[in-house]
Design a protein around this ligand. Structure first.
Ligand code: ATP
Ligand code: MG
Length: 554
C-alpha cells in the first residue's frame, strides 16, 4: 500500500479529477539544499515515477534580497544528482502572470493598495484570539488602487511605502487570511529579471500561481504550510485559473543532532564554524556527498523514513545505516593505520620483502566478485597503537609481549619487547614472525591465535590524512533544533569534537584513488577520497558499526 499522498492520487486518477500526475520541487535559491530537501525531492521524484507523471524543478525566486545565482547553480547540480527532473523553471518567469492576476483581483474588488507600515500591520493583524482591524484603505476605490499599484510597478513609490493586500477577511480565525500582503515594492536587482521589476510578489501569492501555470496536479509541501492552504486555494480560485492545483502537506524530516535550516547552516558557514557549505559535517547534499554519501543511499534513507502526516525526529544513525549497507557490499577494501605504531620483525632480514595476496569480495553490478591485490611485507610494519598492549590481558587478542596475533593476509607474529620514550609512551615494538603461519599456506603444526589485525608495510606505504567526523551538535539531550528557544542558542550547542584529524599510513595504491572513490579501511570504517591535493585526504563516511566513536586524538 502506498503512503497517504499516493492514496489521494489513486483516488484522483480513479475519479478522473486528475488525468496526469504533475509534481514539482520548489526551492528558494537562498542557500544550499540539505537532507530535508532531499526528502521533498525524493517524495516528488517517487510520485512522478510511480504514476508516469512529470516533475519540475521550479525556483521560488521571488525574494531577490536573499537570492543568488550561486545557489541556483548549486541546487540544480544537487537535484540532478538525486534524480531526473523534466524541466527547470523559475517562478520569476511568471512575474507577468502574477502581475496580471493582481490587476484582476483589484478589478474584482479583491485587492487594495495600503500604505500601512509593517509595524501597524502587526498590531492591526490581531491575534489568535482577537480579530484583526480593518485598514482605512480597505475600501479604497478600485480605480485608485489600480493607479497606485501601477505607480508601484513603475518605480514611483519608495520601498515599503505601499503594499498590495488581498481583501479577504480581517476576522478570519486563520491569520493568513487577514488581508495578507501579496505585493511589495523592492527596488532590488533580480538574478534573472535584472531591473525589470521593482515590485515583487509574496511567496503565498506567487507559489499557487506558479503551480497553476505549470498545471501541477499535486503540490506537495511540508506541514507548516497547512495553514496557508486556504490562501493558496483563494488565489487559484479568484485568479480564475483553469485546472486549479491542490496542495497537500507531509511531515518535515527532522534529524537529531543536526542543524537543518538554511539560515542556520549559512551562519555556520559565515562564522567559519565549518569550512563551507560542502564541509563533510554539514547535512547539505554537497557536504554529504563529500562525506562519501551516494545518491542511492540518500534515496534509500528517504524511502525508509516514510511519508507521514505528523512531525517526528529521526536519529542520523538511520541515514548512516543506509550508506553503511551500501558500502559494505560495494566498496573496495584497503589497509590503513590511523595511529601508527612501528613494529620491527627481529627475525626478518633487513633486505626481506615478500609479496602477499590481499583478497576480498565485493558486489559489483549486482554480482559478487573476488578481488586480489598484492601487498608487501618487510621487516618493518605499522600497526594501530591500540592493537598493542605490553602485557597480556583477558579478552585482548591482539599484540602483546609473549602473545600471538595474525597480520591480515600475512603471518602470525609474537611480541618480544618494546621501547618507550621518556614519558613512558610506547614508541617501538619488537616481534618475531612465526614460520609456517602464512595465510593460505598454514603448516599443520603451526600455532593458532584468535586475533587478526590490519597493518601496513612501513617500507612500502604512503602518508594519508584521515578526517574523522562526529555530529555538529553535542548530544546533551539528543535533540534537534525544533523549538525556537533552542534555535537561538544552537551556536552554544556545537560539538567541539566534530572533527579529528589522523595522520596515518596506508597502502601505496591509494595515492592513485580518484576523488570520490570509496574504501573500507579494514577494521576502521568506510572512507572516501577527498579532492586531489598534495596531501592525500580521506574523509570518514561512517564506521563499521553503529556507535563507532571517534578515537584519534587531535
Ligand atoms: P529551510 O528552513 O532549510 O530554509 P525551506 O523550507 O525554507 O527550508 P525551501 O527552499 O523553501 O526551504 O524548500 C523547498 C521545499 O523543500 C519545500 O517544499 C519544503 O517544504 C521542502 N523542505 C524543506 N525542508 C524540509 C524538511 N526538513 N523535510 C522535508 N521537506 C523539506
Ligand atoms: Mg523557505
Amino acid at each position: 500500500m502506498g503512503h497517504f499522498i499516493e492514496e489521494i492520487i489513486d483516488k484522483d486518477l480513479a475519479s478522473g479529477k486528475v488525468k496526469k500526475v504533475k509534481v514539482r520541487f520548489p526551492p528558494e535559491p537562498n542557500g544550499y539544499l540539505h537532507i530535508g530537501h532531499a526528502k521533498a525531492i525524493c517524495i516528488n521524484l517517487g510520485l512522478a515515477k510511480k504514476y508516469n507523471g512529470t516533475i519540475n524543478l521550479r525556483f521560488d525566486d521571488t525574494n531577490p534580497v536573499k537570492e543568488d545565482v550561486e545557489y541556483v547553480d548549486a541546487i540544480i547540480e544537487d537535484v540532478k544528482w538525486l534524480g531526473n527532473v523534466d524541466k527547470i523553471l523559475f517562478a520569476s518567469d511568471y512575474f507577468d502572470v502574477m502581475y496580471n492576476t493582481a490587476i484582476k483581483l483589484i478589478k474584482k474588488g479583491l485587492a487594495y493598495v495600503d500604505d500601512i507600515t509593517p509595524d501597524e500591520m502587526r498590531k492591526m493583524r490581531g491575534t489568535l484570539t482577537q480579530k484583526g482591524i480593518e485598514s482605512k484603505n480597505r475600501n479604497r476605490p478600485i480605480a485608485e488602487s489600480l493607479q497606485l499599484f501601477k505607480d508601484m510597478k513603475n518605480g514611483k513609490v519608495a520601498d515599503g511605502a505601499l503594499v498590495l493586500r488581498a481583501k479577504i477577511d480581517m476576522s478570519s480565525p486563520n491569520m493568513n487570511m487577514r488581508d495578507p500582503v501579496i505585493y511589495r515594492v523592492l527596488k532590488t536587482h533580480h538574478h534573472k529579471q535584472g531591473d525589470k521589476w521593482c515590485i515583487y510578489p509574496m511567496y503565498d501569492f506567487a507559489h499557487p500561481i506558479g503551480d497553476a501555470v505549470e498545471e501541477i496536479s499535486h503540490s506537495c509541501c511540508t506541514l507548516e504550510f497547512e495553514d496557508h492552504r486556504p490562501l493558496y486555494d483563494w488565489v487559484v480560485v479568484n485568479g480564475e485559473f483553469d485546472s486549479p492545483p491542490h496542495q497537500y502537506e507531509f511531515a518535515r524530516l527532522n534529524l537529531k543532532r543536526t542543524i537543518m535550516s538554511k539560515r542556520y547552516l549559512k551562519k555556520l558557514v559565515d562564522e567559519g564554524v565549518v569550512s563551507g557549505w560542502d564541509d563533510p559535517r554539514m547535512p547539505t547534499l554537497k557536504g554529504l556527498r563529500r562525506r562519501g554519501y551516494t545518491a542511492s543511499s540518500i534515496r534509500e534513507f528517504c524511502l525508509r523514513s516514510g511519508v507521514a502526516k505528523a512531525n517526528s525526529e529521526v536519529h542520523p544513525n538511520q541515514l548512516e545505516a543506509c550508506i553503511r549497507e551500501e558500502l559494505n557490499a560495494s566498496s573496495e577494501r584497503a589497509m590503513a593505520v590511523l595511529d601508527p605504531l612501528e613494529v620491527i620483525l627481529e627475525n626478518v632480514a633487513d633486505s626481506f620483502s615478500e609479496k602477499l595476496p590481499f583478497e576480498y569480495e565485493i558486489l559489483e553490478n549486482g554480482e559478487q566478485v573476488k578481488r586480489v591485490r598484492e601487498i608487501t611485507l618487510s621487516n618493518r610494519i605499522y600497526i594501530e597503537r591500540e592493537d598493542f598492549l605490553p602485557e597480556k590481558q583477558d579478552g585482548f587478542f591482539r599484540l602483546t609481549i609473549g602473545g600471538l596475533v595474525r597480520l591480515k593476509a600475512g603471518y602470525i607474529i609474537e611480541g618480544t619487547r618494546f621501547e618507550t620514550d621518556k614519558n613512558g609512551k610506547v614508541v617501538k615494538v619488537f616481534a618475531k614472525l612465526i614460520e609456517g603461519t602464512k595465510s593460505g599456506h598454514i603448516a599443520p603444526d603451526a600455532p593458532k591465535c584468535k586475533g587478526v589485525i590490519h597493518w601496513v608495510d612501513a617500507k612500502n606505504c604512503i602518508d594519508i590524512k584521515a578526517m574523522l567526523y562526529d555530529y555538529l551538535l553535542v548530544d546533551e539531550d539528543e535533540q534537534s533544533l525544533e523549538n525556537q528557544e533552542q534555535k537561538q542558542d544552537f551556536m552554544e550547542k556545537l560539538n567541539p569534537n566534530s572533527l579529528a584529524i589522523a595522520n596515518g599510513k596506508a597502502e601505496p595504491f591509494l595515492s592513485k584513488a580518484e576523488k570520490g572513490t570509496h574504501f573500507q579501511f579494514l577494521r576502521l570504517g568506510y572512507f572516501v577520497r577527498d579532492s586531489v591535493e598534495s596531501v592525500l585526504v580521506f574523509n570518514k563516511t561512517v564506521g563499521l558499526k553503529d556507535n563507532d566513536k571517534v578515537k584519534v586524538k587531535k
